[in-house]
Design a binder for this molecule. Sequence first.
Ligand code: C2E
Ligand code: CA
Ligand code: CA
Ligand code: CA
Length: 275
Amino acid sequence: AKSSGRGHVKFFNNTMRKKLKTHADIENDLQHGIEHNEFELYYQPIFTIQEAQVIGFEALVRWHHPTKGFVAPNDFIPVAEDTGQIINLDLHLLDLAAQQISHWYQHGLPFTRVTVNVSSRHFASLDFVAQMHALYKKYQLPLGSLCLEITESGLIGNLELATKIIKGLAPLEVKLCLDDFGTGYSALGYLHQLPIHILKIDKSFIDHITKSHNPLIDAILSLAQSLQLDVVAEGIETEQQLAILKQTPCKFGQGFLKARPMPAKDAKNVILHGL
Ligand code: C2E
Ligand code: CA
Ligand code: CA
Ligand code: CA
């Protein structure tokens, strides 16, 4: 008994303790953060590969934590997903994005689409369609002004439900983008069954396009073409990557080379004056 007890002590090493503490901390702080408006959306431009014309933005959350300072999404989104708080957080962030769109719209800025990341768990919940309809009504959003980014796991776990949800969003002209494409199940068979509109090629593929032949990207692009999907290449960091993409049929891109995620006031300047 003694040795198994010691085994447990050893098993719970300091790193794990720290991790557990952080996990619990974040869990406690998330709800507080929503209520006290500690979350801010940054907006990263999505542009045409050929002309660098901005066609929209991806909204990316930033947490201004009262004591920890800046907390990056990768440090709290997974926790929120584990605890189920992601649904509340998603709803809060969708509300912030809708508020921003309606603000720009009312100030006469050119139409801009905002893409919001939605967790699989939230997207595949029964209330989701009604929540989106309520959001459009609350902010009088122009049709087609929202795009939702979802990863494969949210869609192929229950194809029938996902299809029903996407169809329920169709009257709002909400666009659906499959995020991080190529990193998940990579089960291509399901793609043609889903009424999605956009594929986002994961950054890990763009990282490797240093030569002119890119069989994987070419395959994704021809797949997208045959399914009539738009493609966004994410994580474009170098002129060389952009130059190579210009020689492909990939229409849209996003990445630090052209613009980092930025606060709404800077995004407004991009809407007005371009990149
Ligand atoms: P993601 O959806 O794949 O978002 C792209 C991430 O890549 C963002 O990191 C973005 O800032 C970063 N990125 C964009 N261009 C470049 C580039 O050229 N180089 C490099 N190195 N990185 C680039 P971020 O903002 O830290 O977000 C990380 C992840 O957290 C996101 O990955 C997404 O899964 C999640 N996330 C962020 N915001 C939200 C949100 O509002 N809701 C939900 N549910 N998840 C979010
Ligand atoms: Ca995304
Ligand atoms: Ca992504
Ligand atoms: Ca990613």
